[in-house]
Design a protein around this ligand. Sequence first.
Ligand code: DGL
Length: 272
Amino acid sequence: MAPIGVFDSGYGGLTVLKELVRELPEYDYLYLGDNARAPYGSRSYETVYEYTLECVKWLFGQGCPLVILACNTASAKALRTIQQKDLPNMAPDNRVLGVIRPTAEMIGTTSITGHIGVLGTQGTVQSGSYEIEISHFFPATKVHTHACPMWVPVIENGEYNGPGADYFVKKDLDALLKSEPQIDSILLACTHYPLLLEKIKKYIPEGTRVISQGKVVADSLALYLKRHPEMELRLSKNRQRHFFTSDSALEFERQANLFFGEQVRAQHADVG
Ligand code: DGL
């Protein structure tokens, strides 16, 4: 087995995995959620890096030659160091990819006004990664970021459908749109946020586009595998999906359905 490893701090990466499986069903996938230590959103660089590296090592240990960090916070705070410093010594033939670059490559095409709103965790927003990456591909596009520190806790605690979610979604969208009323495209730069899509749509002007990352990442991976046959040939293709969590497997099985759209069997992983 040489599955594609998909990692997130918790459940959010399942929204990405869902699209990967839809677009590239022939491959094997191994999902790891570091639920025991989620959320990562307001943790320091050092901590996010340390946790992410442990999870990547664990996925490599399970035989994954390719790992997708389906987490913006980890992509913003740990990906570059892992790619540049750790990978060459640890596993020079393996690859770790993130979600920020593929999103930045396309996001400029979604706005007519040239003003894009980017919603993410504190860590993602403070890193400035989206402004930097988008400016490479769309230098004229204005990027307006806003951190939503309560959204992931609300989602991870199963409150995504309740009135508490309405309160925080409205508050943060109001703040974003007040900062620049010309925003006509909003990127959900956190893989948990698609769970709030229905609520988000309630609080934005009609015609505003909302972009989730799952499909974007799946399209980008399909292209990557075409361009890198040496990696594509190493991946096993038995259509198997395995789910691991650093916390309770039972709890993961209860929640995963919401994000992945189908019931899953999960196992506990000792990553730390
Ligand atoms: N889903 C993750 C992201 O995309 C992070 C959530 C968190 O752990 O705070 O940023």
